[in-house]
Design a protein around this ligand. Structure first.
Ligand SMILES: [Zn+2]
Length: 504
């Protein structure tokens, strides 16, 4: 925008016609939007679309209409309140030697009189208040950038002074009892605090980078294990299908999807569902994310020989009924898990693959013979998280030709029938209740593939993932794409969000 204005000063006549070409009249806007005058006035009043008044005539920027038509979500610009600003100001008013002194005292005895500790606390607290999953403190050449990941999306940055980079890195290292002097090696640690009398569990990673140490703080979700399956899987038939597989007592149930798609949350919820007197449950995890009473949890430690494979072998000698392996990464783990399932254990695990059918192919790539896959696997759950629209500000916008093409492409890519499309689709707006994000939290979408005789024989003839997918859909599997579209037609998420989590 700035460029346009400055070029306008040099050549006003040219810019006027250029600007005029970029402005639509009310009638042009109505025909592009395919809507009525009263609806458009309502959208303007709701702040969904911005127009300018030239005299008594409405004018609309072409880009504004395009933004509205593509349903672009509001950007994640944050109002972090006064806590971080006042902590930064408190630090800036200190002269450098005083700051160093305060800092030295703080390392030995941190308390809230220490302004650096207050700033670290304010940064963490803002993350918790925003419902962020992680906090990123990133040194750049001109500033120290603070960003939050909220519902899977990075916020716009808050810019802090580069002077804070080294002291903050040292402060966080001292908080997780790391080596404060060490600046050349990555360090990991755990911080447990109480904020507003709530326990807060953080995992911190400090990484040396070009302009200083980059810090990522993961906020561990509280009470993950207590979320019920019904709360996570809202589709009744899918929830029932998973419960049946869990209740069968043996075989493998595999959760699949990319990083951060809710696999651990769903696995913990399943363990919680299974956790009762009368069964013995053992887990092998990297890392143990949440302690669960009544379950023996083990963390791998490859440098001291505690690999997934070694631990699973010992665990099987501990006579478990149920085994949870947080991730299958290599052939040996895949084989031990399959053998344990064939020997009558119930094995829950996670695997990286895009779809349930692709997970079957991945098991074959890990050298499992087709008959072992067919006999050991009970259910594959492919999953994604989509953001949930804020119920206070969500709005509808007309379905455009572009939307139609995108929906058709999503469904066709997964071998799904094209559904009848609605005339309007939901759209993110942003209000005070959702901190202007337009979304509040996320919901899980899943596709569940069972091994039927047809799938087993397709595996035996080395069918492709697409063929396996087509057979499963023919046998009634609802794909991730159609589950995503169901959420759009039910008005709980946007097509953009579905599109962004289902790779094509
Ligand atoms: Zn809202």
């Amino acid at each position: 925008m700035k460029n346009k204005k400055s070029s306008g000063k040099k050549n006003p006549a040219k810019t006027d016609s250029h600007t005029e070409n970029n402005l639509l009249s009310l009638d042009e806007a109505l025909s592009t939007l395919k809507t009525t005058r009263s609806t458009l006035y309502r959208w303007i009043a709701q702040g969904l679309i911005h127009g300018v008044k030239a005299g008594r005539q409405w004018r609309f920027e072409k880009q504004e209409i395009e933004r509205f038509l593509t349903g672009q979500a509001p950007s994640l610009s944050l109002n972090l309140g006064s806590s971080i600003n006042s902590a930064v100001q408190a630090l800036e008013t200190l002269n450098p030697s005083k700051a160093q002194q305060e800092y030295n005292t703080a390392v030995s005895a941190p308390d809230c009189a220490d302004p650096l500790y207050a700033l670290a606390g304010a940064i963490i607290w803002a993350g918790i208040e925003l419902g962020a999953s992680d906090i990123h403190i990133e040194p750049q050449s001109q500033q120290l950038r603070l960003r939050y990941r909220i519902d899977g999306v990075m916020s716009d940055p808050v810019e802090l002074s580069t002077k804070l980079c080294a002291p903050l890195a040292e402060k966080f290292k001292s908080m997780f009892k790391g080596n404060v002097q060490e600046k050349n090696l990555p360090q990991d640690g755990r911080i447990q605090l109480k904020m507003n009398s709530q326990p807060v569990d953080l995992r911190v990673n400090v990484l040396p980078s070009l302009y200083g140490e980059s810090i990522v703080i993961r906020i561990m979700p509280a009470h993950r294990a207590s979320v019920s399956l019904e709360q996570i899987i809202t589709q009744d038939n899918q929830c029932e299908q998973l419960k049946q597989a869990l209740g069968s007592g043996y075989g493998q149930i595999i959760f699949t999807g990319p990083v951060s798609c809710g696999k651990t949350t769903l696995a913990y919820s399943c363990l919680n569902h299974l956790n009762r007197n009368g069964v013995k449950i053992l887990t092998v995890e990297d890392p143990v994310e949440q302690p669960i009473d009544g379950i023996i949890q083990t963390q791998i430690h490859p440098s001291s020989g505690r690999t997934f494979a070694n631990i699973i072998r010992s665990i099987l000698r501990q006579d478990p009924d149920i085994l949870h392996v947080s991730e299958i990464r290599e052939e040996i783990t895949a084989q031990i898990c399959a053998n344990a399932a064939l020997a009558g254990h119930l094995v829950l695990s996670a695997l990286h693959a895009k779809t349930a059918a692709a997970a079957l192919k991945r098991l074959a790539d890990l050298s499992l013979p087709p008959f072992v896959i067919a006999d050991s696997v009970r259910l594959i759950v492919a999953q994604r998280l989509v953001r949930r629209l804020c119920p206070y500000c969500r709005a509808e916008r007309p379905l455009t030709e572009n939307d139609r093409l995108r929906i058709t492409r999503i469904l066709e890519a997964q071998g799904q029938q094209i559904i009848e499309l609605p005339e309007t689709i939901p759209h993110a707006v942003g209000c005070d209740k959702c901190k202007k994000l337009g979304y509040q939290g996320r919901q899980l979408i899943t596709e569940m593939l069972r091994i039927t005789p047809e799938i087993a024989s397709a595996l035996a003839r080395n069918a492709t993932a697409e063929e396996l997918q087509a057979i499963a859909i023919g046998q009634g599997m609802s794909s991730l794409a159609s589950e995503g579209m169901r959420c759009v037609t039910q008005g709980t998420t946007t097509i953009d969000d579905v599109y962004s989590v289902i790779e094509l």
